[in-house]
Design a binder for this molecule. Sequence first.
Ligand code: PGA
Length: 250
Amino acid sequence: MPERTPYIAANWKMHKTVAEAAAFVDALLPRIAATQHDVVICAPFTALSAVVERRYGTAVKVAAQNMHDEPSGAFTGEVSAPMLVELDVEAVILGHSERRQLFGETDDALARKVPTALAAGLEPILCVGETEEARDAGQTEAVLEHQLEADLADVGAADLAGVVIAYEPIWAIGTGRTASAEQAEEAIAFVREVIRRRGAAAEQLRILYGGSVKPDNAAQLLARDEIDGALVGGAALDPGSFAEIVEAAG
Ligand code: PGA
């Protein structure tokens, strides 16, 4: 892999109470004590503080799974960047396909959220990916290009290196169907090409693969030069299997 530090993120989605989150972190930390990688736990809002407290003094970073683009306001049920920063959260997933498909997350909102996160000092983990229909229709690149251009429209060239992008083909999420290492690398190389048009940040920016990453397929995916890490859902609910994926990154 080039100089880019591998980035392995656990996306817990709507799993883990505070007690369960604490038990996970306590079990994970000794297993990854020697890692040089970026290890990130994307916890539900309610468990963020518990994870933050346990990881002080370790390499683990903590991320939220969504945020609003306004700092405060009449937005019932939402959480803002300053609220996350106050908790010592360092990153935030934006545009996960479940948010896009189930909760009406739009590219317009993401175009505001990504620069808002960066301005607040939160590392955005921007998710992009095509549906099965789009892939079958040969539209994968068009979908990725559209999402990247829309969602990153207001991010300056100098700030792009601070964004992490997760390529997550929707047909591979939670389905047990993983993109082959070739498919993932091809799509990620295309994502980097789109970013390269905006400047040199393309060589620094980390691009992850997500979609049914497991201990038994992680090494194959992460061995690819273009694949800088993984966003892991189901297999990140168990500290043992998540630690194996961290190790598989080399
Ligand atoms: P999965 O989820 O690993 O369970 O497929 C990945 C994701 O949705 O980020």
